[in-house]
Write a new protein. Sequence first.
Lengths: 113, 108
Amino acid sequence: EAQVTQNPRYLITVTGKKLTVTCSQNMNHEYMSWYRQDPGLGLRQIYYSMNVEVTDKGDVPEGYKVSRKEKRNFPLILESPSPNQTSLYFCASMQWRSQTEAFFGQGTRLTVV
Amino acid sequence: RKEVEQDPGPFNVPEGATVAFNCTYSNSASQSFFWYRQDCRKEPKLLMSVYSSGNEDGRFTAQLNRASQYISLLIRDSKLSDSATYLCVVSPTRGIFFGTGTRLTVIP
C-alpha cells in the first residue's frame, strides 16, 4: 500500500530537548516536504527536498533541520525545541516530474512545554 | 506576498446549496493546481486536480483562470458530509504551496 509514515503521532517534550520526527515513503517519490499547521495560518512549508542530498528552506525554516540521505526518508529535527514550535506537523511526498497527487503522513501533534 | 491566497471563511450553507471557493496564486510559472480536503486536523487528501479546460467530478467542478491567476471550486447540492476544510494547492518551481484553507459547514 502506497503510504507516507510519520512517527511519532503525538509528542510532548520540554524546551531545549532535541527531538526528531521521522517521515518515510514507499512510493519512490523524489519530492518530500514538511509543513506545520497552526490555526488561522494554514499549512506552511518548513523545508522541502527535490531529491537525495538536495534540501531547501521553505517559508518557516527557523529552528528546524532536515536531511535526505536516502530517497525514502526525510526526518525533521528540532535541535532545541521552543514552545512556539508547538504545532501539528505533516510530511508529504510527490512524484515531482509528473506533478501528480501529493501524499501526506497522518500528522504529528507536537507540544513543547 | 503569499504564494497562495484563500478566503478562510467560514462558509455555513444549508444542505442542497451551491457554494464556490476561490483561490489566487502569485507565481505565473505555476504548473499544477489541486484542491485538497482536510477533515478535523487529519491529513489533507486530494479532492481533485484542476485542469486548464476545467473539470468536473460529480457534484464538484474545478476551474483555472491563468490570465487572472486564480482557481475555483464549485460544490453543487451540498451534503452534510461535505463539511470540511478545502485547501487550494499550487505547484510552481520550488515545491507545493497551500492556501490557508476554507472552512465549509453544511447545515441540515
